[in-house]
Design a protein around this ligand. Sequence first.
Ligand code: NAD
Ligand code: LMR
Length: 305
Amino acid sequence: MVKVVICGAAGGIGQPLSLLLKQSDYITHLALYDVVNAPGVAADLSHINTVVIPAGVPRKPGMTRDDLFKINAGIIRDLSEGIVKNCPGAFILVISNPVNSTVPIVAEVLKRHGAFDPRRVFGISTLDVVRSSRFVYELDNSIDPRSTRVTVIGGHSGVTIVPVLSQIPGQKFTKEQLDLLTHRIQYGGDEVVKAKDGAGSATLSMAYAGARFTSAILEATVAGKTGLVESTYVNLHADEESTAAFRAKTQLEYFAQDVEFGREGVSKIRPLPELSAYEQTLLDAAIPELKVNITKGTAFITDAS
Ligand code: NAD
Ligand code: LMR
């Protein structure tokens, strides 16, 4: 029995994501939950081993992801309470923005109930990886965007998105190309928000990315496949040993990095790839903003009376 629930299933992401996951051979029961258009699903909230959360409001032009915190923080807190009560051991995959802060909110709610396993909570930053492959391909048609996976580290907003383009085999981008690519990857979400002109943010590409990430988790946790790797935003305590030096140096508790999956979720957080001087500068800019985002999410729960 492999049960997956989508919280926010009636939304722009939730609908196509549900359709894609409906085709998964690993899922025996797909439960669709939303505050609108999906009555009666509360009874489904048991025996669930994976919860994907695309619930909450998307951006409008001129907004940052952090501007969504005011509304989405409470939604994520309440959904996390529901998860703790109904399926405390579930793998939780968070799409709702701002991911840099919503993942710490989930973790703090679970901690309050003594139910936090850092190997089981993920911020889905796969869209940054998908965009990276696509944008690199647009610059260099000789690479295959399906098989060229770019590691993206940091977080999921603006300067916290750090694509490690130096690791693409055979690539020698000029400074100008690096500036262009990096900016497109960091602000790819804004391109969609602007184009949709008030009607929301990325939905179809996100559903694709969300389905890809969910499938990887299911393949590892349900089917026991090994060697699956995705960049994802996690609590670094999911792998104490591999991250000890990085945590001590940066004081970060959450970070997006290449993660290997196993039966229990995170099996290993890979060490940082070797960064070019260009990428090190990007990372240096990402760290202070990540800290602010993480503290904001954590404090939303710990400072609440
Ligand atoms: P949307 O408004 O189309 O859909 C959101 C859905 O969530 C709606 O159907 C709404 O009824 C539902 N919802 C609200 N509160 C809920 C609750 N308490 N329980 C269950 N459902 C609830 O928005 P969308 O375009 O699908 O985007 C959803 C979120 O995903 C936004 O926060 C957006 O910023 C984020 N997003 C993240 C990424 C990423 O890369 N991680 C990419 C795109 C969008
Ligand atoms: C994205 O990267 O497309 C999402 O995070 C949505 C957004 O607000 O840009």
